[in-house]
Write a protein that binds this ligand. Sequence first.
Ligand SMILES: Nc1ncnc2c1ncn2[C@@H]1O[C@H](COP(=O)(O)OP(=O)(O)OP(=O)(O)O)[C@@H](O)[C@H]1O
Length: 342
Amino acid sequence: MIEIRKLRKQYGSGSRITHALQEINLTIDKGEIYGIIGHSGAGKSTLLRTINLLERPTEGSVFVDGVDLTALSTKKLQDQRRRIGMIFQHFNLLSSATVEENIAFPLRLAGTAKSEARRRVGELLALVGLTEHGKKYPAQLSGGQKQRVGIARALATNPHVLLCDEATSALDPQTTNSILNLLLDINRKLKITIVLITHEMQVIRSICDRVAVIHDGQIVEQGPVAEVFLKPRHDVTRQFIEQVADSVEIDKPDVSGAPAQDGTVLKITFLGETTYEPILSRTVQQTGVTFSILQGTISRMKNTPYGQLVVRLQGPRDAAENTIRLLREHGLDVEVYSNGLV
Ligand SMILES: Nc1ncnc2c1ncn2[C@@H]1O[C@H](COP(=O)(O)OP(=O)(O)OP(=O)(O)O)[C@@H](O)[C@H]1O
């Protein structure tokens, strides 16, 4: 649905040139919530703004619904942009206009009849939970309410895509959660594709289906959120994972508390419903080994539960090997850290 091909963006020229984006390739599916995470200056805003061509790429193409935006005339580009809504970190509301007027603004630009615009504004106010606040001015609203107005305004022309530029970065954690839940709700109800940029791992983990990690203008890692964050390959990804209090990955198992000479240390990763199944205890009953838990974590990514457990198996070598084989047959990811096996 959104396809970015061989995208480059440079600012300036000669000795003052900045390569903000270098050969970006990205496919975002219809109806998904796609997160782009990166440190300050990595190129997140530039990338997001090329999706509606607020920023024109130096090279490459941007296809939305099969249309190459870089090849359109100004008039046709304007029409296509109505299919792409955008919300901002600092909301960008008109301070001299009421909530209703702010939401109606894109409808006015699109030439929507007044009665139809009124109906649509009412609908949008209800969708974002602000029915009682239509006559207020932005200054009379909290940060979370202002962002709700921003969301309603972005949805006014029924876009297929919603771009979110650090939409929760100016909000406290509780308000952040309520806005993320609203985005999730909108994604489900309206089947709208959401692309968001953030520097907060928590945002990615709460609502995104897939994620791309951007660093120095390049995508260094991408994939389903659970996959990328349970098996990070790049240092930048690891840094973001560490932001989350109950860190999603047990990176280096701490086996210092147990004697190292015997037994087999495993890191077992559970994903989805297997997280709650007693696969490990059933397997060891079958194979006759015993186990002790050295470390463990259990949490959720969007709707997916996951767990990681570091255990030490004790028993005959073939029974331990058998246990590992059976755990893998149950679809668990098993990494062997120390034993006589590797
Ligand atoms: N208009 C501009 N002119 C010159 N350089 C720019 C311009 N906009 C961005 N840059 C540079 O391009 C690079 C990427 O910037 P960008 O704003 O996309 O990063 P970001 O990841 O969104 O950062 P932040 O999280 O701090 O907003 C940076 O080196 C930045 O200084």
